[in-house]
Write a protein that binds this ligand. Structure first.
Ligand code: HEM
Ligand SMILES: *[C@@H]1O[C@H](CO)[C@@H](O)[C@H](O)[C@H]1NC(C)=O
Length: 316
C-alpha cells in the first residue's frame, strides 16, 4: 500500500540518507567518534606551541591538498610504482612541511577512536582550522566526511598550484578553475598573514619590482642576497605568528613579499577589498571562514568513494 504520506516519508528518508552519504557535514563524526575533533585540536595546539610556524605550515597543506583534484589527502601520499608523490611538484618540493605532525595527529585520532574512522583529508581540514585559531584567527565549522584518494598526481600539482610570480588575471583564473571567485582569492591569500617564505621565491621581486616600498626592498635584500642564501626565510608580514590584518595593511603600503601578494593591490579590481580587510578585521575574519569552507568543499570523495587510510602516506 503506497499512501501519499508513506511516499513522502520515504522520499524524505531517502533524501536525508543521500545528504549524509554524498555531502559534507560538521557532525559527521559525532556518533562514530566524538573524541576525534578534540584529539586533533590537542595535537595541533601542542605542535604550534612547540613551533609557531607549524600552524602556517598545516594551513598550507590543506590548501595544496584541495587544489589538486579536490580535498582528498592526495598530497600526503608518498611515491609508489604507479604514481609520483605530489610532494615533488613545483610549489611543494623543499617547501611544504608538517607531514610528521599529520602522522602524529593520525596516530592519536586512531588511538582515541579505537580504529581508523577519520580520513586524512578531514584531518587536514580540521588541522588547518585549529591552526588558525591557535594563532589568534577566526573559527568556522569544518564540514566533514571526506574520504581519502587512492592515487596522487605530481603532474596535476605542477599544473594547478598557483605560483608566486602570477599577476592578478592569472591568479583570478587559477582560482576560477577551482570554482573560487575573486573574493575567495583575496580572503584566502590572507592566509599569508602567518608563515614564512624563502629567498629563492621572493628574490626577483625585491630586486626587480617597480611596485615595492624601497625601504622594505632594502630590508629584505639584507637577508636575501642576489646570489646564495636561497633558503633564507622572511615573514610575509611583520607578525608571522599572529593571524591578524597586517598582511593586508602591508599590501596597501606596497610591502607585499611575493609578486602574487602585491598583485592583489596594484591598481586592479581587488584593491578595494584589500583596503577593506586592512581596516576591518571582522570583515576579513568572516570572509576567511566562508572561503575556507568553500575551498574545503572542492571535489571531496564521499560515501563509498576512496577509502579511510590507515597510514596517511600510503594507500591501504
Ligand atoms: C593566491 C595564490 C597563492 C600563492 C601564489 C602562494 C604561494 C606561496 C609561496 C610561494 C609560499 C612560500 C613557499 C616557500 O618559500 O617555500 C607560500 C607560503 C604559504 N602559503 Fe601560500 N600561496 C597562495 C595562496 C595561499 C592560500 C590560499 C593559503 C591558505 C589559505 C596559503 C597559505 C600559505 C601559508 C600559511 C604559507 C606559509 C607556510 C609556512 O610558513 O610553512 N597560501 N605560499
Ligand atoms: C631581474 O630581472 C632580470 C630580467 O628579467 C633577470 O635576468 C634577473 O635575474 C633578475 N634579478 C633577480 C635578482 O632576480
Amino acid at each position: 500500500m503506497v499512501s501519499p504520506t508513506n511516499f513522502l516519508l520515504h522520499a524524505f528518508l531517502w533524501l536525508a540518507l543521500a545528504a549524509t552519504a554524498f555531502s559534507l557535514s560538521p557532525n559527521f563524526y559525532h556518533n562514530v567518534c566524538p573524541q576525534a575533533l578534540p584529539a586533533i585540536k590537542r595535537v595541533v595546539e601542542a605542535a604550534v606551541h612547540k613551533e609557531r610556524r607549524m600552524g602556517a605550515s598545516l594551513l598550507r597543506l590543506h590548501f595544496h591538498d584541495c587544489f589538486v583534484n579536490g580535498c582528498d589527502g592526495s598530497l600526503l601520499l608518498d611515491s609508489t610504482s604507479s604514481f609520483e608523490t605530489e610532494k615533488n611538484a613545483r610549489g611543494n618540493l623543499n617547501s611544504v612541511r608538517g607531514f610528521e605532525v599529520v602522522d602524529q595527529i593520525k596516530a592519536e585520532v586512531d588511538r582515541v577512536c579505537g580504529r581508523p574512522v577519520v580520513s586524512c583529508a578531514d584531518i587536514l581540514a580540521v588541522a588547518a582550522r585549529d591552526s588558525v585559531v591557535a594563532l589568534g584567527g577566526p573559527t568556522w565549522k569544518v564540514r566533514l566526511g571526506r574520504r581519502d584518494s587512492t592515487t596522487a598526481s605530481r603532474t596535476l600539482a605542477d599544473n594547478v598550484l598557483p605560483s608566486a610570480s602570477m599577476d592578478l588575471p592569472a591568479l583570478i583564473n587559477n582560482f576560477k578553475n577551482q570554482g573560487l571567485n575573486k573574493r575567495d582569492l583575496v580572503a584566502l591569500s590572507g592566509g599569508h598573514t602567518i608563515g614564512l617564505s624563502q629567498c629563492l621565491i621572493f628574490r626577483n621581486r625585491i630586486y626587480n619590482a617597480t611596485v615595492i616600498d624601497p625601504a622594505f626592498a632594502k630590508e629584505r635584500r639584507a637577508t636575501c642576497p642576489r646570489t646564495g642564501g636561497n633558503t633564507n626565510l622572511a615573514p610575509f608580514d611583520p607578525t608571522p605568528s599572529r593571524f591578524d590584518t597586517a598582511y593586508f595593511k602591508n599590501l596597501v603600503k606596497e610591502k607585499g613579499l611575493l609578486t602574487s601578494d602585491q598583485a592583489l593591490f596594484s591598481g586592479g579590481s581587488t584593491d578595494k577589498l584589500v583596503e577593506t580587510y586592512s581596516k576591518n578585521p571582522n570583515a576579513f575574519w568572516v570572509d576567511f571562514g566562508k572561503s575556507m569552507i568553500r575551498m574545503g568543499n572542492i571535489k571531496p570523495l564521499t560515501g563509498k568513494q576512496g577509502q579511510i587510510r590507515v597510514n596517511c602516506r600510503k594507500v591501504n
